[in-house]
Structures are given as structure tokens and as C-alpha cells.
Design a protein around this ligand. Sequence first.
Ligand SMILES: [Zn+2]
Length: 401
Amino acid sequence: MAITVVTPTLNDVQWLADHETGEGMVVSCYADTSVASGVRPLWREHLKNEVKRIGETLADSPAARAELQRNVAAIEAVLSSRRLARARGVAVFAASQRNLLRTYALASQAPNRLVVNEEPYLVPLLELLHRQRRYLVVHTNTHRGRLYTAIPGAVRLIEEISEEVPKRHRAAGERWGKQQATIARHREHHILHYFKELAGEIARAWPDERYDGIVLLGEHEVLQQVRTHLPAHLARRIVREAPYAWVGRQASLESKINAIHEDALREHDREVLEDVKRRLMEQHHIAIGPQAVIDAIVYDEVGYRGSVVMEPDRGDVASRCTGCGSLFAQVLAQCPSCHGPCEKTNLWQAIALLAAGHHVSVDFVGAGQGLEKHGGAVAVLAREEVAPEAVLTASLPERRA
Ligand SMILES: [Zn+2]
């Protein structure tokens, strides 16, 4: 069996969402294949338990049980493949009656999960995509630098530069002072030249990708120099700086980036929740509850720098009109506007997909943060006074310029 493993993009999620109707069931499986989950991967046990549990609910239908077994066998074969050895997480979608078997390698861990439904379960995938950030990473000392493009889990070198800087001499003698002063001037000249060149490389690399921010790695004094040489619009995009030696034993660049990313996301979530709390108190520039969120997205009220903020999926059911495509945060047999028949869909998935289609970013936040009183979902609406640009913005979906 050929297994195609790709890192998912929003297009893949859209593709899966568009293929959500058809005969039979879709089995969606998320497996935590990271080393951190244990020496013995726990997904196998989880999968077995879930198959048993779901199988029991299908006791009345031997055909459905057989279909479940067929799909699970296909998923197990995929998960056991050596080609997935390096993935931190894996998502597999199997629907034997629709001839569907799709595998995605995930750059981040995803909790083990098995869902059987008429449509693929895409919420964890959407969550990962919305939390993904792409950084331009600059690692430098006074005369050598490397530029990387990095998403957590995948770091790639894109540029390396260096400048010959005269060494400090430990010379002695009567001309010592004068010589040292000349060498020091030379050194300064070369170092200055190096920082200018580095700033130039950063400015050249920035437009190549849709970066969410710049990460500077090195000694603080050196990084201050880099900052002062960067044009203002790029200096504003520095999201983090951290010490990282040029040589020596230390954490791998990949794990350094992962830690910075985690830290930046935590801060981002805190800022988002503070903003939501303030708006809820003022009852201003905020759409409260799933239906209001849907309407705000459809009527373009969220806008640039606004976002949808959602708790973890509650498994609520929404209705989508098969005629006009309208989405309703409740179960309806018939569309109130065009009277077409409605089909059921997962509410959280439908909102996240709708947001993606309107280039609105979604912040998935933890449970128990105060959103439970408001239907678990709110939308932060566009307004004039917004936080400084230094705040991380999501790379997905694409933002309007
Ligand atoms: Zn309709």
C-alpha cells in the first residue's frame, strides 16, 4: 500500500471538508507518535480501546462494524509505517466506501483521538494550523550569521554570511598602544559592516515567505546592534530574542525554536483572553455565542486583526443548508431563508472552516477561561484602537493586507 505523507495546509483541510459527503462512515484518527508520549507509543492502546467502545455502539449493525474494522485496519497499517517515524503526530482519514485514505504528518503533537462520523473530524487539524507560526530566525554573533526559516518541528537554513574581522593581538612593546587602537578601529569598522550586511539579508529574506515574526538568537548586546540596523518595519516584527551560543553544547536549534514558539503562544493566548474579558465587560466590539460569531464572519465584521476565539470542541451539532449553504448554530430540518433541506455538521468545525474561508484567524483557547458562559465561542470584532503589531498574528488563514 502506498502511503502519501504530507504536512497539512489549509488547502488540504478544505479538500477534506469538500469530500465530506458520500456513502458510509469516515474514520478520523489522530495519533501522538512523538517520543515524548513514551517509549512505547500509547496510540495503539488508545486505538484499541476506542474501536471497542465505538464498536459497541454499532452492535445492531454488523455491516457498520465490519466497515469500522476495515477502516481501522487501514489506519493501523499506515500508523505502523516507518515513513512516519519522524512525525510528532499523525492524522489519518479513512473511508473505505468512498475510497478515501489520507495521511498527514503533523509538526506538533496531537492528542490521541478516534472519531467515527459521516464527515471527517477536522477540528484538531484546524487547531494545529491556526496555531502554526512561521518565523524568520536570525542566529548571529559579531561577524557570523545564519538565517533560517522555521515552523516548529521544521527548521531550514536559508542563508549564511560572515565577515573577516581582524583578531585582537596580544602584542607587547612601545608601539603596543597605537597598534591596538588601529586594530580596534578596524574591528569596529568590520563589525559595523557585518551588521549592515546582516540587516540587508534579513530585509531580502523577509518577503520570501509569509512570516509571522522574526526570532533573534545570540548575545543580548549583539542582538541590540542587529535591532538598530534593521529598518523600523522589520524591527517591529521581532517577536522574541533569546541567548544562543555560536558553538558549544546546548539545546538543538529545533528544540530552542519549539520552546520559543510555545512561550509566544502562551503569551498570545493570555493577551487574547484579556482582550476578550475587557470587551465582554464593556459589551463592545464583540460577538457572543456561536450564532453571533457565524453572523459576524459572514457579514465581514471580524476584519483584519479581529479573530474568533473558541473553547475546546463541545461536539455541538450545527445545520448547513444544502441549498444556499447558510450555517446555523442549531439543528434545523429546513433553511429559514431558502427553505432548502439542511444537513448536520459539527458546529466547531463548521465555524473554523467558515472563518478560514473568510480569512479570519481562530484562537483556540483552553477550557474554563470564562467563555463557557458565552456558548464557548466569541468573535473579537474590528475596531480602530488595536494592540501593537508586535503581537503575534496567525499565518493561517491568509490575512487581508
Ligand atoms: Zn438555505
